[in-house]
Design a protein around this ligand. Sequence first.
Ligand code: ZN
Length: 252
Amino acid sequence: MDNPVAERLRALTRLQVLDSKLDEIHRLRGSLPEEVSDLEDDLEGLITRRNRIEDEIKRLNDEINAKKNKIEEFGAQIKKYEEQQMNVKNNREYEALRKEIEYANLEILTSEKKIRQFLEQIEQKEELLERTQHKVDDKKRELEEKQKELERIVDDTQKEEENLLKAIEEASAKVEERYLQGYRKIRMNMRNGLAVVMTDRDACGGCFSIIPPQVHIELKQRRRLIHCENCGRILVDHSFFDEVEEAMAQEA
Ligand SMILES: [Zn+2]
């Protein structure tokens, strides 16, 4: 039976081996999850833009219909005034109707001009809509490809990931809370996620700074947890690390 420090080191080393395997899976997936989520955001933005253009076109068509109704109404009025002109009693009445007709005709002209302007705007919007729809289609295709790529990698590694997560949970439970927190904190600060490293000849396997001979002796004795003075990682001697890894390989 190991002494408590060695037990702790063994548990931490196991945890590191498992965490490193999980890191490797995540490295394999790389930036794909992030790329997929970026593409999803882009697509959503484009769809919003497309819908807005469609709304604008619809609004312009409504405006045109309103103007057309107006033209029809004024047309009917003109017809009515012209009939009334046939039956006027005097010149003044005739003149009043003539003014009304003139006004109605002016309104019709203005409305027709407006309609032409709206139609021009619609034409521009339709072009914009088509361009935007192309962008939506392209983005959709791009997203689907990336999603498939990610799914494929996730499928390949999912079972392994689940097993690792379970094993990590079990291994974590065997480390006292304060050491576990210390381990996680170091891991988080290290770009390669290594909190426990083996010695590499006479150097730290994490930062390769030289370990003093006295520390080497202490490492072999395993009476206390030793951190690299330079990078702060937990040091274990090479043979111990190998031993733990071999034991794990045999379990598997
Ligand atoms: Zn170091």
